[in-house]
Design a protein around this ligand. Structure first.
Ligand code: ADP
Ligand code: MG
Length: 367
């Protein structure tokens, strides 16, 4: 099921008239979510992710704009009649019911044409449990399950009605690191198997990048960029997006362009053809540095962090916005940080420049 968001806006009015503190939680969101894809809705806390999801679900009514499921305008359709499955951060299972009863519950409430016979219900519940690999645990109570298993029950409960759209709001936040990784792979597998159009909300960029077909990056209710995870990482539209994606994060410098050359402090680091003279903000991905005795960027090394396959060299530079710079270098390199300075050359496609005021990307030709 394709989902279309058209000029979708949600304004929460002020609590009292004097305060004048209304919040535009979602501001003119336009997007066509393709059928059968998993979309990651990504951004810091408070940027409007949940509000967007609740509007898609019908739990909240947009202030303006429209929502379509396929060609049908569902803006005024109630949550129950939208054919969605919802999963929240806290699994909200019925503690006194077994896994089987929890999964059966949504089916027992179906009315009219949708009503199922007892056998049909059981068959559906078992098929769904199999899909989320809970079929061996049907007689347990939630308290007898791990967090990851509980969340899978919640997912099964959302899936058992065979929704056209699956909406997940930070479903992994309550899980520990290892379970999070497992469960996100599980969600990806289930989504691929069922081909249900899915919107996955998270503030965790790595999570969103790893499971989404496309990500939507939001800030203060405004969509910043939409694209395939790798494309957005490789070509961020502005400084916010560049900083939000990637671990370790992108390194940010104060720089300037003079005569189509980019300077970081005194160091002339590369050609930036077609860019007018101006002060700029420079972002360099950690993997964009190459150790090079004759490289143009001169940094003061402070320490080396070993990460197995790679090492991370921590260094400083006067023009760096943050106290330290982090480069990622293949561990095969000989790394000597006993010297006062190390020199880097830069991979041009890992260097981005941004307008100092608007923080929008300035595009250039490297050669
Ligand atoms: P996210 O899920 O990205 O953390 P939300 O969508 O929950 O963000 O919230 C977006 C903004 O809208 C925040 O500033 C939040 O305080 C505000 N907000 C959310 N729900 C309400 C509400 N019911 N009443 C007033 N303001 C709200
Ligand atoms: Mg939220």
């Amino acid at each position: 099921m394709k989902i279309v968001l058209q000029n979708l806006t949600k304004v929460f009015p002020s609590r009292n008239k004097k305060a004048n503190d209304e919040v535009t939680a979602v501001n003119n969101f336009n997007f066509e979510i393709p059928d059968g894809k998993l979309i990651g809705l990504l951004g810091p806390s408070g940027c409007g992710k949940s509000t967007t999801l609740y509007m898609i679900s019908g739990l909240q009514k947009p202030t303006s704009g429209k929502i379509f499921f396929g060609d049908e305008d569902v803006t005024e359709v109630s949550t129950e009649n939208r054919g969605i499955g919802l999963v929240f951060q806290n699994y909200a299972l019925y503690p006194h019911m077994t896994v089987k009863q929890n999964i059966l519950f949504p089916l027992q409430n179906l009315k009219g044409e949708q009503k199922l016979s007892k056998e049909e219900m059981l068959e559906r519940a078992y098929n769904t449990a199999k899909l989320v690999q809970l079929d061996e645990l049907m007689d347990r109570k939630p308290a007898e399950l791990s967090g990851g298993q509980q969340q899978r029950v919640a997912i099964a409960r959302a899936l058992v009605k065979m929704p056209k759209v699956l909406l997940l709001d930070e479903p992994l936040s309550n899980l520990d690191a290892r379970l999070r990784l497992q469960t996100r792979e599980e969600i990806r597998r289930i989504q691929k198997e069922t081909q249900i159009t899915t919107v996955f909300v998270t503030h965790d960029q790595e999570e969103a990048m790893s499971i989404s077909d496309m990500i939507v990056v939001m800030k203060l209710g405004v969509v910043q960029q939409i694209g395939k995870p790798q494309e957005v990482y490789d070509s961020p539209a502005n400084l916010f997006v560049a900083k939000f994606l990637g671990t370790p994060p992108i390194n940010v410098f104060n720089g300037c362009v003079k005569g189509e050359k980019l300077y970081i402090g005194q160091d002339e680091v590369m050609a930036v053809k077609g860019v007018a003279d101006q002060e700029v903000t420079v972002g360099i991905r950690p993997e964009g540095f190459q150790l090079d005795d004759r490289g143009p960027l001169q940094c003061k090394p402070t320490n080396v962090e070993v990460m197995g396959r790679d090492v991370s060299i921590v260094s400083t530079h006067l023009a760096s916005v943050n106290p330290t710079i982090r480069s990622i270098i293949n561990a095969d390199n000989k790394i000597d940080i006993s010297q006062e300075y190390i020199r880097y050359s830069l991979k041009a496609h890992k260097v981005f420049i941004f307008n100092k005021e608007t923080e929008e990307r300035i595009y250039f030709e490297a050669k």
